[in-house]
Each structure stands twice: as C-alpha cells, then as structure tokens.
Design a binder for this molecule. Structure first.
Ligand SMILES: Nc1nc2c(ncn2[C@@H]2O[C@H](COP(=O)(O)OP(=O)(O)OP(=O)(O)O)[C@@H](O)[C@H]2O)c(=O)[nH]1
Length: 490
C-alpha cells in the first residue's frame, strides 16, 4: 500500500468516529483495528503497530472523558501523537554538522537503496549552505559505481576520490578522507557498496571501512518501498556500524510508508531527509509533524508557502501582480504566468497535499496527470495569442469567433479546447475580482503583513467558497485550523 493510501485509510477510520452518535469502547476498538490493519498492510512492523494501539487506548480513557469533550478530536490527537512518537528517533542534535571542522559522513544501505544518488544530493545541499563537501567512492563491489559517483559529483561541482585499480574499499576510503582533510574540506562523504544483512563478509568489509575512516556520522539510506524487511535490515546495519540517522529515498513513487516508521524504531535514529525524485534538488529535510500531517491529509501550510515562494522569487513581480489584480485587471497573461508557476511547483498532488484540507483523495494520481496535461494544453493555446490579446481583460475581444479559430489552428488544438480555456479564464477572472473586493492587501510586500488582515481575508474567502469546495477542504473546521496555522506563520 502506498503512503497516500495509508493516510487515507487512517483518516477514514478516524472520520468514521463522526458518523456514530456515541463514541464508546467498542467504537474506539473498531477504529483502532482499522488503523492497525492499514499500518500492517503498509508494512509497519507488527510490534510497533501493537504499541500504537495500546498507547492510544491508554491515553484515551473513555470514562474519564467528560461528556462535553469532543472524543473524536481526542482520539485523533492521540493517533497523531503516537504516529509522531513512532517516528521520533531521539536527539536531532546528534545529526548536526560542525561548520569549519572536519565532518566525515559514511553512507550505508542495501543494494540500490539510492546511496550514491543521495550522497550527491546531501553534498549539494550542504554546499549550498556554505560547507565545502567532497565525495569518496568506497564501493569496489559494483562495476560502474565509481563512474556514477564521478558523474554525479562533476555535475554538482564537488571534488571526488576513487580508484579503478584498488580493490580494498577500506584503503580507498582512508586515502580519500586523508586527501580531503589535507585540502581543508569540512564535509567528507564516504559512499559504500550496497549490502544485505545475510552477506556477513560484506558486513565485515563495512565495519573495516568504518574503522578506517572513523566517521562522525553514519547514515542508513533506505528505499521507501522496502516493506517488512526494513526493520531487520535497519537493525542489522545499526548494530554493525552505529547508524545515527536515516534517509528515506523514493518517496515520490509507490513507496510504502511503513518501512520508514520501522527503520526509525530499529535504529532509534531520526529520519533527517527524504528523497523525492532522481534529481539533485529532489531532497527535503524531514519533519515528523509535517510528514504525519501530510500523511493524514492535514496539510502543511508552511511547506506550501515555501513552495510558492520558491517559484515566485521576485518581490517586484509579486507587487506588480497584486497591483494589477487589485485594479481588476485579470488578464490572460496573468493566468498564463500563474499556470507556469503551478507547473514549476512540481507534481500537483504533492503541492495540493500540502494545503490543509486538500487530502490526497482530491488529487488522485490519474487526475493529477490530467490536470497537468490540461494546463499544458491551455498554455499552448495562449502561446498562439498576440501580446495585445494576452494583456487584454476585455472578454468581448476574446469572444470573437475568427480569433477562436485562429488560436485553435495556431496551436493545433480543437475549437472546443479554446472555448474551454476561455471559460476557465472567465471563471478565474470572476473569482479574482470577487476575492479582491474588500480584501485588505498589504500596501507593500516589504512591509509587515498584519495577521489580523490575513485572517479576515481568509475568513472572507471561506465565506465566498462554493459549498462543494468548502466541503472538499474539510468544512469550516478545516478553514479554522488553516487560520490557526497561519497565525504562526505571519
Ligand atoms: N524516484 C527516485 N529514484 C531514486 C531516488 N533516489 C535514488 N533513486 C534511483 O534509484 C536508483 C539506484 O540509485 P543508486 O544511487 O545507484 O543506489 P545505490 O544505493 O548507490 O546502489 P548500490 O551502490 O548498487 O547499492 C537510481 O536509478 C536512482 O536514480 C529517489 O528519491 N526517487
């Protein structure tokens, strides 16, 4: 079962508490049974699931709950906290790097977990933060491993060390670390071969590499879709080389979330980063509460804002956009630019799941592809428009039949698609002009954004939302929680 499904099933189980008039022991048991089944099917270790079930039951004492209390909320909170506790890997300080000092970091894991890719992502991330990383290839097992590391390191402009002739990985690792220490590199990353706990000789080799370089940090890289084997494998690595943190890769695809939860428990180490794609920038710091929140479809407003900021970097451009929209000028060009931003934000499901209330259920993987294809189609049509047309907000001009035919021909689209685009434009223009009425926009983006204004704006938007949309977002309660989350952000 993939992560999104796991989240949906847990949310559904919790949601079922709403449909009963009295939440009693039997209802709680049924809900926990459903959650436990979902976790087990997502490959979370049996013992962890049993612990979660017992702990929630201990925390939720039905008799003690005053009748006025919202039992569903209490249970939901207990499940949320227990899932977070499951992912709590102890003191995060232990994973910190010391700038300017030598930090030797060794990567270990099963074959194909994504170690080499992750070493580069990790090096690149710290390079951006001002560290001077270097990479050492101590993988003599897989033919082509050194070439892969070389290629990745070159792309990220990070110095590397390896050998085509030396067969002892401990010797290569030691030579590489010595070389980079002398060169004053403060982050030396040692990539090792993939190995399996049954391969005792390879485990011994890994211990030798570790004692040759004496790493300050050992990172266990784990494929997010590994399944039930995660617990035992992670434990075996932890017992051999003192794993202090875990990085979960491939969380972009069909990864089961359960392995992640199990690996943390087995290594008693925190997850520090997650890999969300094959590319260098597809790498994110891991934050437990955000992860569990997203899993349960609670959204991550902070993450969403960060993504939005990433794609709209220019302050002047934002101000210009706000000025234009507040004058009621919602043109096709503005719509085009917004579409381009949406496309830049990456997979829409990922972005949508960050917005509180927009659980994964709304953006099914199928519809996500469809939506992206539709946006691309619309952008192609707009590419065949003239500047005057793009900058006009006159729907009269846009409704001319001859122009519609011209855009369809120019973009190789059907007339129907062009008409759909124009309808979408009119709909959005209306939404924007209504939204702008009475909105208290900050005069200048450089100035402080007043949280009260922001709250009023959002409250106004929630009143404006069509009922089905409000329902989709989780109802007024979800808007309320969105407001609360925003309070802390502005
Ligand atoms: N989709 C996706 N693919 C990833 C991610 N991380 C790594 N990969 C892919 O996983 C495959 C294996 O990655 P490697 O970095 O070669 O794995 P490795 O652990 O170094 O492999 P061995 O040295 O053979 O143990 C490659 O095709 C990577 O592109 C990720 O976060 N998402």
């Amino acid at each position: 079962m993939v992560l999104a499904e796991l989240g949906q099933r847990i949310s559904r189980a919790l949601g079922s508490l709403n449909s009963v008039t009295v939440v009693d022991e039997a209802v709680l048991d049924a809900c926990l049974k459903e959650i436990a089944t979902a976790l087990l099917q997502a490959d979370v270790n049996v013992r962890l699931v049993a612990n979660l079930r017992n702990n929630v039951k201990k925390r939720v004492n039905m008799e003690q709950l005053a009748s006025g209390l919202n039992k569903q909320k209490v249970i939901e909170k207990a499940v949320f906290d227990e899932l977070c506790a499951m992912l709590d890997g102890g003191d995060p300080k232990k994973t910190e790097l010391r700038k300017g000092k030598t930090n030797v970091v060794m990567f270990v894991g099963l074959q194909g977990a994504g170690k080499t890719t992750t070493c580069t992502k990790y090096a690149y991330l710290w390079k951006k933060k001002g560290f001077k990383p270097a990479m050492v290839c101590a993988d003599t097992f897989r033919a082509g491993a050194f070439d892969q590391l070389k290629q990745n390191a070159t792309k990220a402009q990070i110095p590397f060390y390896g050998s085509y002739t030396e067969t002892d990985p401990a010797i290569i690792a030691q030579q590489g670390v010595e070389r980079f220490k002398k060169e004053g590199r403060d982050l030396i990353i040692v990539d090792t071969s993939g190995r399996h706990k049954q391969e005792e000789a390879l485990f011994e080799e890994m211990r030798q590499v570790a004692s040759a370089v004496n790493p300050g940090h050992v990172i266990f890289v784990m494929d997010g879709s590994i399944g039930q084997a995660a617990f035992d494998q992670a434990k075996a690595f932890h017992e051999s080389v003192d794993v202090g943190q875990v990085i979960i890769t491939k969380l972009d695809g069909h990864a089961k979330g359960g392995g992640a939860l199990s690996a943390v428990a087995a290594t008693k180490s925190p997850i520090t980063f997650i890999g969300t794609g094959e590319h260098m920038h597809e790498f994110e710091p891991f934050e437990t509460q955000k992860f569990v929140g997203r899993l349960l479809g609670k959204g991550d407003w902070g993450g969403f804002i960060d993504k939005v900021k990433d794609v709209i970097p220019e302050e002047e451009q934002q101000q210009e956009l706000i000025d234009k929209i507040s004058k009621g000028e919602f043109t096709l060009r503005i719509m085009y630019e917004q579409f381009a931003n949406i496309m830049k934000m990456g997979p829409m499901g990922q972005v949508m799941s960050m917005i509180p209330g927009f659980s994964n259920a709304i953006m099914q993987p199928g519809s996500e592809k469809e939506s992206q294809a539709k946006i691309k189609r619309y952008m192609t049509i707009m590419d065949s428009m003239t500047d005057k047309e793009l900058d006009s907000s006159s729907t009269k001009m846009l409704g001319e039949h001859s122009r519609i035919l011209r855009w369809a021909r120019g973009s190789g689209s059907s007339v129907q698609d062009v008409v759909l685009l124009l309808e979408e434009y009119k709909r959005l223009a209306k939404v924007f002009s209504t939204a702008m009425k009475g909105m208290k926009l900050p005069k200048n983006l450089k100035g402080d954004i007043n949280p009260r204004n922001m709250q009023q704006n959002i409250a106004q938007m929630s009143r404006m939302l069509p009922p089905h949309m409000l329902k989709m977002m989780g109802g007024p309660a979800a808007i309320q929680s969105l407001l609360k989350q925003m309070e802390g952000k502005f």
